[in-house]
Design a protein around this ligand. Sequence first.
Ligand SMILES: NC(=O)c1ccc[n+]([C@@H]2O[C@H](COP(=O)([O-])OP(=O)(O)OC[C@H]3O[C@@H](n4cnc5c(N)ncnc54)[C@H](O)[C@@H]3O)[C@@H](O)[C@H]2O)c1
Length: 383
Amino acid sequence: MKTHKIGIILNGVTGRMGTNQHLLRSIDAIIRQGGVRVSPTEVILPEAVMVGRNEGKLKSLSERSVVKDWTTDLDSVLGDKAFPIYFDAQSTLRRFEAVKKAAGAGKHVYCEKPTAVTTEDALALYRICRDAGVKNGVVQDKLWLPGLVKFQRLKESGFFGDILSVRGEFGYWVFEGRSIPAQRPSWNYRKEDGGGMVVDMLCHWRYVIDNLFGDVKRVSCLAATHIPERVDEQGQPYPCTADDSAYATFELENGIIAHFNSSWCVRVRRDDLLTMQVDGTQGSAVVGLRDVWIQHYGNTPKPVWNPDAPNPINFFDGWAKVPDQEPYDNAFKIQWELFLRHVVLNEPFRWTLLEGAKGVQLAERGLQSSLERRWLDLPTLEA
Ligand SMILES: NC(=O)c1ccc[n+]([C@@H]2O[C@H](COP(=O)([O-])OP(=O)(O)OC[C@H]3O[C@@H](n4cnc5c(N)ncnc54)[C@H](O)[C@@H]3O)[C@@H](O)[C@H]2O)c1
């Protein structure tokens, strides 16, 4: 067996996403499975080093993981040729400088979204990497969720006919931190720390919509801060300077209308934390993170509006759950494997920092639309 060893700097893995999705469920899992098998005789095997500020956290992570190396000195590993890949899952505001530095040191770059908080910076990161001749990618994990994969299969088979519209509902109640501790970090609710629902979620909606339904051409967004004060990790009250909810409508090049409600102030009475109802001329689907429910034209009930009598139709009965028709791996891990193949074998990888910049652009235009209370076009980003 030929083994392609590849060194990876993992920065920000002491955080929520870094620890769970990138370290434990991706890199650790890939190493434990013996690497990424790329042919009957070849395998790519990551060799990672974790970078952070807190020695205690890094030590305890190295005890939970097969990744044993760690350092608090980013520069030392950036200067080390044994690690050609730099990965960043730090909190958003730290990304721009770190990625710039890594690309300057000749590292291939893979990082979390949003890649920056302004389109200008996000585009600059892409150009810096391109000009430095390093490969680059942004996490677009939702594309590999089982529910979204099942949707793509339905679409490929022509199930929907012409798709007319998409209704996305995302969110859940994030506790304010007074009696029950919050389940998200406090920086998410502070604009000055890179927080906010629009910045967080519109970059996801950009790649989800562009890849699944069609290119977004125009946005109308209303951002709101429903809860003005929360309590932080130290038990201190703080003012919420960022939006905690976004009500956004997207017009697509192909005429499809998508509307996504995103909120951390909503209680869930739906099938999943994210659902997208896709209605087409021939059939509809409700796409969750893992499961998808479908209703075909021939199975569509014919309701008659009469609120004076109980409705005789149980609308839930007309939907069938799509079975698991193939294996589904962790979405972050699948994308990591594709990025490693891109770096080592030069295989194509279309989820670049330019795609990341498109996500930042939608968030930025969404915020501007909210401030100005009007529709805004999305100009094509020139690479
Ligand atoms: N792909 C997704 O679905 C998804 C989901 C949530 C968050 N994210 C993104 O991942 C990133 C991290 O989010 P999180 O929820 O894990 O946040 P987090 O607060 O749990 O983790 C942040 C990380 O950044 C590090 N960090 C923060 N300030 C630092 C500083 N001053 N110096 C050095 N390191 C510092 C922390 O130590 C930690 O490792 C964010 O950019 C966020 O937008 C992506």
